[in-house]
Design a protein around this ligand. Structure first.
Ligand SMILES: C[S@@+](CC[C@H](N)C(=O)[O-])C[C@H]1O[C@@H](n2cnc3c(N)ncnc32)[C@H](O)[C@@H]1O
Length: 269
């Protein structure tokens, strides 16, 4: 069916009316919806496929409704108690599949990454999920600047309130990285398991994003197992893609391997 404004408005309203998708960046819903309307036979089919795509790139990682108010209360109660604060952060990170699978090796993960980078006073975390809660493991200086973005407005509001509670400056903003990054500059950018979801939204979006980011160091990771736990040759596939991009751009890189993830430390220019 064709893409009329009327159908697109109806699709966006329908998708945003369900609690699971209500907080998603409406611009992203619109972009995905427009592509689906162009290739599906009915509005109903396009709505279903749009929901499916948004589930694949975001909803699938959140297993239950996030409890942002309760989480903020826990973080506030843990102020001044480093062990309690870390415990609270771990509990919260367990609610997002992407951070949950990193928990068993959080210390090793960030020790290895930050040992390989020059001192980082400002960091951007792109398609962050709940990863800003891992800041206590990153060894950032108190008052370092941490800017994060994702597609959920409620998640970003929570993270914006949580970042100062972690002893950092910074904020979180709603974005659509398939269109481009926020215009932030930083010492380093985290793109942890971000590129594969962007490729589901638009082919070539990952490489364009890497080029557009205003940071000399990129920390780019890829899952080496599917969400269901299967190892389906992902390390070789994604590793190959990353090497191809870095070689074509003339960027240098090294890679680090973890249980479920391979990380590329990329030096741009
Ligand atoms: C695999 S998770 C990675 C989360 C986090 N980087 C981590 O590794 O813990 C993918 C994240 O991308 C976000 N996302 C999906 N599409 C996006 C888009 N177009 N722009 C920004 N973020 C997006 C999802 O909401 C989700 O939090």
């Amino acid at each position: 069916m064709g893409v009329s404004q009327e159908h697109l408005d109806a699709l966006v309203a329908e998708v945003l009316s369900s609690p699971k998708y209500a907080a998603i960046n409406p611009e992203l819903v619109r972009a995905v919806g427009a592509r689906e309307l162009a290739v599906r036979r009915t509005l109903r089919e396009a709505v279903k496929e749009t929901r499916g795509r948004l589930h694949q790139v975001a909803g699938a990682f959140l297993d239950r409704a996030p409890r942002y108010d309760a989480w903020l209360a826990t973080l506030r109660a843990a102020q001044g108690k480093p062990a309690a604060l870390r415990g609270a952060c771990q509990t919260i990170m367990a609610s997002h599949a992407s951070t949950r699978e990193r928990l068993p090796e959080l210390e090793r993960f960030y020790d290895a990454i930050f040992a390989a980078l020059p001192p980082v006073d400002s960091l951007i975390d792109l398609a962050c999920g709940l990863n800003p809660l891992a800041a206590p493991w990153m060894g950032l200086k108190p008052g370092a600047h941490y800017a994060a973005c994702d597609i959920y407005s409620d998640m970003c509001a929570f993270l914006g309130a949580a970042i100062p509670l972690l002893g950092l400056r910074g904020d979180a903003a709603v974005c659509d990285l398939a269109v481009g990054p926020p215009s932030w500059r930083a010492d380093a950018a985290l793109l942890l398991k971000t590129l594969p979801v962007l490729e589901h939204l638009r082919r070539g979006a990952g490489r364009e994003l890497l080029r557009a980011i205003q940071a000399p160091w990129l920390v780019v990771s890829f899952p080496t197992r599917s969400l269901g736990g299967r190892n389906v040759g992902m390390a070789a596939t994604y590793g190959g893609q990353m090497r191809q991009i870095a070689d074509a751009e003339g960027w240098t890189y090294e890679s680090l391997e973890f249980m479920n993830e391979v990380v590329f430390l990329v030096r741009k220019g």
